[in-house]
Ligand binder design. Structure first.
Ligand SMILES: [Zn+2]
Length: 289
């Protein structure tokens, strides 16, 4: 019986990679004064302080860079007992000297360590939720935050909703000693990844995996095995990883979705997805076995 926790839980963007050091704010009232560590998000980057070859978060009072340009900061939780505050910095704002914006996007070659990627990912999700939940999706009235939760409640019609995560499956298809990889237009030349797509209404995860493989590359897949998951805050996906076995069909590339798809020998794969992503994790661990 498989009882071990999949190692994918420690991928960046999964809160578990912060361990017990991080305690989410969800069930505690935020401190009255915004003071602590700052998760300042500008576009898809995190504002950090370069410090001897590493990066650290700005600390203390509201950094001058905010300067009234953003709304009230959100309390994300505590890191080693210190409150962490989230705020957006306008895309056009110039950062003062001593600050640096480092991309949070793995495919853009982020240099952030896993803990800052995970905190920055949660910060992006908090801001995304804040920016999209201000009005009731049912009646259009301004919503109010539910005490102690990220959820929002409509004072007019009582509709409640909570941060939206969108489940998406990602699948490595294997056939003996070869792996099926795909690439989308616009990716770095030569880079290939895995079949992936959103779960539809009425689908289970395995059904979504089978359908996506059929739609994107025309193949049937069987023996689907769950191998891990990753929270992916661009802006709000939950990636659920599978390895499956080729069960028939002709390789037919859906040119609306993909630029190319092909079989590669498992011991001679092309340029891979980032090690920060579950696609990289799956290929590293499951391509050869
Ligand atoms: Zn309403």
């Amino acid at each position: 019986m498989e009882t071990r926790t999949p190692l994918s839980v420690y991928l960046p963007f999964n809160r578990e990679c912060l361990g017990a050091a991080f305690v989410p704010a969800k069930h505690a009232p935020p401190p009255a004064e915004p003071r602590g560590r700052w998760l300042l998000v500008q576009s898809q980057g995190l504002v950090v302080v370069p410090d001897g070859g590493a990066f650290r978060l700005p600390e203390g009072e509201v950094p001058a860079v905010l300067d009234g340009a953003v709304g009230p900061p959100l309390c994300l939780g505590t890191l080693e007992g210190t409150p962490c505050w989230v705020a957006a910095v306008p895309a056009e704002a110039a950062l003062p000297s001593g600050f640096h914006r480092e991309t949070l996007v793995p495919m853009q070659g982020t240099r952030l360590p896993d803990d800052l990627l995970s905190l920055g990912g949660m910060a992006m999700q908090a801001l995304h939720w804040q920016g999209t939940s201000g009005y009731c999706p049912r009646c259009g009235a301004p919503t109010e935050r539910i005490a102690g939760e990220w959820g929002k409640r409509c004072p007019r019609c009582a509709y409640e909703h909570y941060p939206h995560l969108h489940p998406a499956v990602i699948v490595l298809v294997k056939d003996g000693d070869r792996c099926l990889l795909t690439r989308k237009a616009g990716w770095t030349p030569g880079r290939y990844g895995l079949v992936a797509g959103f779960v539809d209404n009425g689908e289970c995860l395995e059904g979504a995996a089978r359908r996506e493989v059929k739609e994107e590359v025309g193949l049937d897949v069987t023996d689907l095995r769950y191998v891990g998951s990753q929270n992916w805050p661009f802006p709000s996906q939950l990636m659920i990883g599978f390895v499956g076995r080729y069960a028939g069909g002709e390789l037919t590339v859906d040119r609306d979705e993909l630029e190319d798809a092909r079989w590669f020998p498992c011991d001679d794969l092309p340029s891979r997805p980032s090690r920060h992503s579950i696609a990289g994790f799956i290929l590293d661990r499951y391509a050869r076995r």
